[in-house]
Design a protein around this ligand. Structure first.
Ligand SMILES: Nc1ncnc2c1ncn2[C@@H]1O[C@H](COP(=O)(O)OP(=O)(O)OP(=O)(O)O)[C@@H](O)[C@H]1O
Ligand SMILES: [Mg+2]
Length: 328
């Protein structure tokens, strides 16, 4: 599709640990359209963060490798960029918000110093202009007393305020694409709702595209236009948000939806999908989800399903095997 800002094609990533090589990303395909919020969901270990680090060019250099595929950003394959070229994109055209703000804020520099840095790097601005821009962006994310906050250190702020600073850091250079990896998981529920609302508004005001990574389908329902469901390093379903909730096609997605807490089920025991996501070295033949799937039949244990399509709704499951729908 020509209106895509990001296209990931058949991405495969390997990690080396000791003598062993594992492949936690095993042929991932998706597109992020300009201006849309695309959710990436899946349980812990499904490969969400590794995928986002790959887009940012932040995979550990010595132990990991993109072995196949393409990450196409605004028409260019960025998988083989040199670090120097990546620095021009990172924080400037693509920025990222991490789950735990303290891991990306430096404790020994003030908020003002840290927010000035990307502008010094990417923009030709005077000191005065930079300070004005920093205060401006802090106001935009709803931080009170911005003139004082710029002289404070990260530990002097609450968790919610630190996450707002992280968002302002990601916004500074007006990126085209923002990747948010579990941006609110570390926050309590009321603050979480505020931050999500803030991100929604900011995305609209700044005309950005947003890749929102979360294991929380409630967050997805609140924020996203479309959703990519990841499982064990593969994409098992892609759907527009209403379709995903009204007519999930993959048994894994159904399991995730059934595990969502609702007000009515509070008293009952919450459903959970039996078993765990296989580690990359435990994956054998057949469908990756077969050993946990309540609907699996013999073929599922023997042959890897292709991706089946019903219009834009994709599902990697043998149950969707209607001949006309097969796309791969
Ligand atoms: N640096 C690394 N070296 C080796 N293996 C790694 C490394 N980082 C991640 N992995 C493996 O890659 C797989 C995917 O991990 P990833 O962090 O992307 O999962 P995730 O979907 O983000 O999970 P979570 O919801 O817990 O954040 C896991 O099996 C993990 O153990
Ligand atoms: Mg993660």
């Amino acid at each position: 599709m020509s209106d895509a800002i990001l296209k990931i094609k058949n991405l495969k990533i390997e990690f080396k640990s000791g003598k062993e090589t594992v492949q936690p990303i095993r042929g991932v395909n998706f597109e992020l359209k300009k201006g849309e919020t695309l959710g990436v969901v899946g349980e812990s270990g499904s490969g969400k963060s590794v995928t986002s680090l790959a887009i940012m060019g932040l995979l550990p250099e010595r132990t990991s490798k993109i072995v196949d595929g393409e990450i196409n950003f605004k028409g260019n394959d960025i998988t083989n960029l040199k670090e120097k070229q990546y620095r021009k994109i990172r924080g400037n055209e693509i920025s990222m918000i991490f789950q735990e703000p303290m891991t990306s804020l430096n404790p020994v520099f003030t908020i003002g110093q840290q927010l000035s840095e990307p502008l010094r790097q990417h923009r030709n601005m005077s000191k005065k202009e930079i300070e004005k821009a920093v205060i401006n962006v802090l106001n935009q994310v709803g931080i009170p007393r911005a003139e004082q906050i710029i002289n404070e250190y990260p530990h002097q702020l609450s968790g919610g305020m630190r996450q707002r600073v992280m968002i302002s850091l990601a916004l500074l250079c007006e990126p085209d694409l923002m990747i948010a990896d579990e941006p609110t998981t570390a926050l309590d529920v009321t603050i979480q709702a505020q931050i999500l609302e803030l991100m929604k508004n900011i995305k609209q005001e700044n005309d950005m595209s947003l890749l929102l990574i979360t294991h929380d389908l409630g967050v997805v329902a609140e924020m996203c236009d479309r959703v990519v469901v990841m499982y064990a390093g593969e994409i098992v379903e892609v759907a527009e948000i209403n379709e995903l909730f009204n007519e999930p096609l993959h048994p894994y997605t159904r399991g995730l939806i059934d595990s969502m807490p609702t007000q009515n089920t509070r008293k009952e025991r919450l459903y959970s999908i039996r078993g765990q996501v296989p580690r990359p070295n435990e994956i054998t033949k057949g469908c990756v989800f077969a050993n946990r799937c309540p609907l699996a039949f013999s073929k599922c244990f023997e042959e890897t399903p292709p991706v089946f399509a019903r219009d834009d709704h994709l599902s990697k499951c043998w149950l969707q095997n209607t001949k006309e729908g097969e796309v791969v």
